[in-house]
Design a protein around this ligand. Sequence first.
Ligand SMILES: Cc1cc2nc3c(=O)[nH]c(=O)nc-3n(C[C@H](O)[C@H](O)[C@H](O)COP(=O)(O)OP(=O)(O)OC[C@H]3O[C@@H](n4cnc5c(N)ncnc54)[C@H](O)[C@@H]3O)c2cc1C
Length: 409
Amino acid sequence: MENAVHASTARSSGQIVLAGAGYAGLHVALRLSAKLSNHPAVELTLVDRHDYHQVITELPRVAGGTRAADAVRIPLKDMLAERVRFVQTEINGFDLADRRLLTEAGPIGYARLVVALGSRPNDFAIPGLAQRTLSLYSASDAERAWEAASQAVSAAAAADEPERQRRLATVVVGGGGATGVELAGELAEMLPKVASRHGLAPDRPAVLLVEAGPTILAGSSPQLIGKATRILSDLGVQVRTNAAIAAATKEGFRLKDGQLVEGGVFVWAGGVKAPGLVADSALPTGHNGRVKVDRYLRVLDHPEIYVAGDLASVTDPRTGHVLPPLAQVALEEGETVARNLDAELEDRPLEAFTFHDKGFVVSVGPRRGVADIAGFTSGGRMAHLLKDAIEWEYRQSVTHLRGWDPVAR
Ligand SMILES: Cc1cc2nc3c(=O)[nH]c(=O)nc-3n(C[C@H](O)[C@H](O)[C@H](O)COP(=O)(O)OP(=O)(O)OC[C@H]3O[C@@H](n4cnc5c(N)ncnc54)[C@H](O)[C@@H]3O)c2cc1C
């Protein structure tokens, strides 16, 4: 592990640099390092602000108090092959003309660059939202959300009037997508237990899920939405749809229709956008600041730069829609980028990216879930076991992939 960049590195021209060790960037590092044995002169450098990989798909469990924050931070040294040089530093820009990634540790020259810096919460310019809500995009965020919810219940236990107790012990989650549903489910199951420990009636805490659109889990099948809604209602989560937030104020969420949604803790899970440093760069961007790429995942007009993961704006030719910011998309894009970098080294034609949708699985609380796989919808314990299996398989793949090259598809 290194945290300083040598001058020789900055001048290097045979270097492949991967910016971001999340789902996409780590996957490129793992896959590509296995393919580089024929190219001893090629340097592979991975850059991230953290020396660990965050298993973001498990954050709702941390925010619901059922998993420790450290359990979702996997040290990169346990995953990377020796061939990969890791630089821990903050990336703060791109020098596209001179082909250098700009970092706090100095510029890093590249022959090929892979940008995989993920997303940031999008507040859609709603006044007060960024200042007055917690977000859920890192292990530390998730830890803070759980601490805030626990403290709110403890404060409620110390309050006198039942009405005040209820308001303090209410967690309001903004955004009824998969993240909001998973978080609301976890909290609804866990907060009554916290209340009991503090001597507060277990029915005093409440979880409210506020969604601007007409339904939660927008874009999913009506069957899946129905099953998720039933489980949430079973858990006591109050779902409010068609409830667009106009502002986050000291009193709570002010909805567009003028109603006030009060609570003790407010979490925003309503969407993501590209990190600011990408918006400030000369990279061509589209919806939500995501970078426009060609069918090989190379930046338009910059074939020496690939983009993968949430940051890439990739249109699915079957639907005409931009692919959603999902880990399974990031992993598949990482796979294609690793193959294409290898193809460039081996002088083979590049592979166009095609997304193979494996289905959609969402946990709703720590025991149940919903899944849409191959046109079949399920809800309940089985769907949750499926989610557990996906998470287990992912952890296995990143800790055992080191230097492993799968049989070519
Ligand atoms: C709470 C939550 C739950 C989710 N659950 C699911 C799920 O169940 N299934 C699913 O498919 N998807 C899920 N997603 C979406 C999924 O997590 C993302 O699509 C995925 O993480 C995208 O991968 P990525 O590689 O693009 O970015 P990330 O995994 O976010 O990685 C980006 C990396 O870049 C680094 N980085 C960023 N900026 C800088 C900088 N300036 N300097 C240095 N390093 C930097 C970060 O530290 C990070 O390591 C969930 C998202 C959230 C927020």
